[in-house]
Write a protein that binds this ligand. Structure first.
Ligand code: AMP
Length: 294
């Protein structure tokens, strides 16, 4: 496995690669969710490139950039075991050299949900992902449904700017108790960690009422909030019921697929999760198909 930290080195190695390339962009502190993306990329491509870069421009001033978990040696071990061909670990100075001034701003799909709570976040994400696409030239790039809006933003960007690649969005990998795996879960105390399974329970409760025919977004939101209320450590940041294609918030019943997404705060940690309804859409290709295009 090649580990490369310079743009020049990456370009040289990339040029020598023939056959199809699958890309998995990450911020490191890897877990089974990342490895599932790598496996999918391996199954569908001749070569797999993983990038590890904690992108400063997607963090706001008050966010956790400086304490974001980092463990490159462990990450590299995991990627070696998973059979990755090339890992790119650039520094921030290389990605954003002095004088940098070009940004990618995706509009509507980036504006609701996390876009409201984290101004500038998706501008940072879209810009770095566009750079990583240009640098690694993949045939297909793999993202997780866990960050559904991020995946939708990237798909929109690929479509609008004619990037010559496909996007695949893979299902959320969960811990045994249903908590979505996240590098940020290490911030949780033992007690918060135990309580965090309530998030998945609340989404399952939404699925149950949806299956019984409930389509009113307000009623579905109330079901979720009622479950979350049972856990005093869980502070609800937001619960959104949105159209799964446009990600626009719904205020009337819809028979189209919906994306139920939420952020729950445990202490200072924001835990993000979601579920597509009907529930069978949360399969290997569900969100990729639902969003269409790109
Ligand atoms: P991150 O390192 O958190 O920026 O995530 C890198 C990629 O892994 C993104 O496409 C995420 O959506 C994806 N990812 C993170 N957590 C999970 C998970 N639990 N299951 C599946 N994919 C995930």
């Amino acid at each position: 496995m090649d580990v490369i930290d310079s743009i020049e080195g990456l370009r040289k190695v990339r040029k020598a690669i023939t056959g199809s390339v699958g890309l998995v962009p990450t911020m490191g502190a890897l877990h089974a969710g990342h490895i599932a993306l790598v496996r999918q990329a391996k199954a569908e491509n001749d070569h797999v490139i993983v990038t590890i870069f904690v992108n400063p421009t997607q963090f706001a001033q008050n966010e956790d950039l400086s304490k974001y978990p980092r463990d490159i040696p462990r990450d590299l071990d995991m990627l070696r075991q998973a059979g990755v061909d090339l890992v790119f670990t650039p520094t921030a100075d290389q990605i954003y050299p002095a004088g940098f001034q070009t940004w990618i701003e995706v509009e509507r799909v980036a504006q609701g949900l996390e876009g409201v709570r984290r101004p500038g976040h998706f501008r940072g994400v879209a810009t770095v992902v566009a750079k990583l696409f240009n640098l690694t030239q993949p045939d297909c790039a793999y993202f997780g449904q866990k960050d559904a809006q991020q995946a939708a933003v990237i798909k929109q960007m690929v479509r609008d700017l004619n990037f010559p690649l496909r996007i695949r969005i893979c299902p959320t990998v969960r811990e045994a108790d249903g908590l979505a795996m996240s590098s940020r879960n290490v911030y949780l105390s033992e007690q918060q960690r135990r309580s965090a399974s309530i998030i998945r329970h609340s989404l399952e409760a939404a699925s149950v009422v949806y299956e019984k025919g409930e389509r009113d977004p307000i009623a579905i939101r109330v079901v979720i909030e009622d479950v979350l209320k049972r856990e005093p450590l869980a502070q609800v940041d937001y619960v959104s019921i949105a159209d799964a294609v446009s990600l626009q918030e719904l205020d009337t019943a819809s028979e189209q697929p919906i994306l139920v997404s939420l952020v729950v705060r445990m202490g200072t940690t924001r835990l993000l999760d979601n579920m597509l309804l009907p529930e069978e859409l949360n399969d290997i290709d569900g969100l990729t198909r639902t969003l269409g295009g790109g």
